[in-house]
Write a protein that binds this ligand. Sequence first.
Ligand code: KIV
Length: 288
Amino acid sequence: MSVMRVTIADIRKKKAKGERFAAITAYDVVTGRLVDEAGIPFLLVGDSLGMVSLGYDSTIPVTLDVMIHHTQAVVRGNKTSLIVADLPFMTYHKNAEQALDSAGRCLQEGGAQAVKLEGGRSIAPTVKRLTEAGIPVVGHLGITPQSIHQLGGFKAQGKNVARATELLEDALVLQEAGAFAIVLECVPAELSKLITERLSIPTIGIGAGPHCDAEIQVIADTLGWFSDFVPKHAKQFAKLADAAAAALSGYVKEVEAGTFPTEKESVSVSEEVIRAVEERIAGAPGGA
Ligand code: KIV
């Protein structure tokens, strides 16, 4: 029986029915499969992979080729989620043509069903162009990590009247341009509520309070891959870094003590084979 992948129509319907949903990032075949098995409808191949998987200190070094490489791996592991790929830094800023080329590659080569790009009204013509070309788009407002140098750090956005109004207007403009959902990152809960009430497309919050239509988290934070770093907006639903550290120290101890591997983890041949090998090498140059 063929399995059905979640579509953007399904995501739109959830908003219409008032059905909240979970979204999460994934970066490779393993995380893609975990998200699939958990039945999470919305999967983002986030450019946060630059920090989480590649060890950069921001999303800026992530290139389109890297993004496509990771998206392909996620798609190989996931058959049911709607897969959205982030358009990386400077792959859609020049003009709509550049955005079309970049987004086209994410769908055609990467296997994603949609792309996400950061920015408000300035990016709206690009969103319109992509959606007119049949490429579904998710917007991203609030903290936009690709503009971290311009924003001056990871600070909550929309805390004064001017900036809050700007964010609400940007959300409406992106919806009008054709975005089918909007990520709100580190936006005050009250403002996210207002934006969510004013939009007919789903808002997907991260650090944006409990009133958005959906929540997205970085899988590394949710699963506790890093014991020394938990962002304020995240909750560790597991502590995999601790579990992995305990497992690896158990492995090292058993290897050093000679208790692993045992016969159970080995394959064997008959003694005759070994004797025959010994006899054969005894007559060979350098043999015993
Ligand atoms: O790249 C990412 O992980 C994201 C989420 C924070 C929404 O954009």
